[in-house]
Design a protein around this ligand. Structure first.
Ligand SMILES: NC(=O)c1ccc[n+]([C@@H]2O[C@H](COP(=O)([O-])OP(=O)(O)OC[C@H]3O[C@@H](n4cnc5c(N)ncnc54)[C@H](O)[C@@H]3O)[C@@H](O)[C@H]2O)c1
Length: 348
């Protein structure tokens, strides 16, 4: 492998270009080529990134130059291409969500284990500075007893965002709406910081778009650590606002909007608190609330590089399949509650 992992990208749409750009400056990664069911799309990306375009999945998976693949197909098609990749011995970086049902996620994890390949779900927001600081504060017990952990996403997606796509806004291929597609990053962060959920009750509706899935949803969650929280998500709130996460314990509260810290208050302050406030307080950029591709390359690059180092040198994989599974479990529980009109209790 000569200190570099050869990557193939499966699915050559919007996020695939982002992966290509993220790989460009990495020393430990070499982008070998693209495969897409639409060969013209693969060819276009291959020309853009000066690499190969494959006509079939088999052709890509039998290329000895490729040791790992990025899965960038529509969400409900992830395991359909990831399972053959695992069986061909390729390590996998899979875009969020890993899959759209727990059954499919479990099958994918099992296939990767049986074939001794690594599986890493993309949750790039975990590697932003505010989230790292928040996680550290939680780990050190600075919040005291956790009381509230909430997420608010009042975003806007134009009707064309859904109508221009044959998969977005569908149960079969998107697996849900504002919650499964957009807010999944926030769900991952709630679980990462505050731990597993115990029970949830939710309402959902399709209020402004002509789609099958929800564009608005509200849930109340009880966590295993005894704390509570709300999850409000929307893709109907024009012009779109920064997403907000807020955690309160008996001894501290932190609120984050996008990559800015809005509140960082602890009963027992430490000198670094002032530095954090100086550096990261500010007005959050609202662009993410309305522009689907307002995503930084560095965060994806960081995750790609971690997987490459895990393959090359056995570096600790920061996110594995089980980490990716947690968000799907909470999301599916929230959908089940909205569907039945009853609380959903999570299995231990
Ligand atoms: N991490 C993030 O913040 C982020 C942001 C955007 C999208 N995503 C995820 O990335 C995935 C792709 O999203 P997108 O916006 O790029 O979609 P897209 O529609 O732009 O691209 C999907 C591509 O996959 C191709 N495709 C479909 N079925 C295929 C198959 N079986 N084999 C190979 N190619 C196939 C399509 O032809 C299309 O070119 C989704 O799961 C989405 O949730 C993640």
């Amino acid at each position: 492998m000569n200190g570099q992992v050869g990557f193939g990208i499966i699915g050559a749409g919007m996020i695939a270009a982002h992966h290509g750009k993220s790989m460009q400056n990495l020393q430990n990664v070499h982008l070998v080529g693209f495969y897409d069911t639409n060969y013209e799309s693969a060819k276009k990306r291959a020309e853009e990134f000066h690499c190969k375009a494959y006509r079939t999945l088999d052709e890509m998976l039998s290329d000895p130059e490729i040791q790992a693949v990025t899965i960038a197909t529509p969400s409900g098609m992830h395991s359909q291409v990831a399972i053959p990749a695992a069986r061909a011995g390729k390590h996998i970086l899979c875009e969020k969500p890993l899959e759209i049902s727990l059954e499919k996620v479990d099958q994918l994890i099992q296939e990767c284990e049986e074939n001794h390949v690594l599986l890493s779900p993309v949750f790039q927001i975990r590697f932003t500075k505010p989230v790292k600081l928040l996680y550290e504060a939680m780990r050190k017990g600075r919040f005291g007893r956790m009381l509230l952990a909430s997420a608010q996403m009042r975003w806007y997606r134009e009707p064309a965002y859904y109508t221009a796509s044959n998969w977005r806004g569908t149960w079969k291929l998107d697996g849900g709406g504002a919650l499964m597609n957009q807010a999944i990053h926030m769900i991952d962060l709630l679980l990462y910081i505050n731990g597993a959920p115990e029970e949830v009750f939710s309402f959902s509706g399709t209020l402004t778009h002509s789609i099958e899935v929800e564009d608005n949803l509200c849930a109340a969650v009880k966590y295993r650590n005894g704390s509570f929280g709300t999850i409000e998500v929307s893709t109907s709130c024009a012009p779109g606002f920064p997403r907000r996460l807020e955690f309160s314990g008996s001894c501290g509260t932190v609120a984050i909007e996008e990559d800015k810290i809005m509140r960082w208050d602890f009963v027992n302050p430490v000198p670094e608190d002032e530095i954090i406030r100086k550096e990261l307080f500010g007005q959050a950029d609202a662009k993410g609330g309305s522009a689907p591709m307002n995503i930084s390359h560095e965060l994806h690059a960081f995750q790609i590089s971690n997987l490459a180092n895990a393959i090359l040198y056995g570096e600790h994989l920061l996110l594995d399949g089980y980490e990716g599974r947690r968000a799907i479990e909470l999301i599916c529980g929230i959908y089940e509650s909205a569907r039945t009109g009853k609380p959903y209790i999570f299995k231990r």
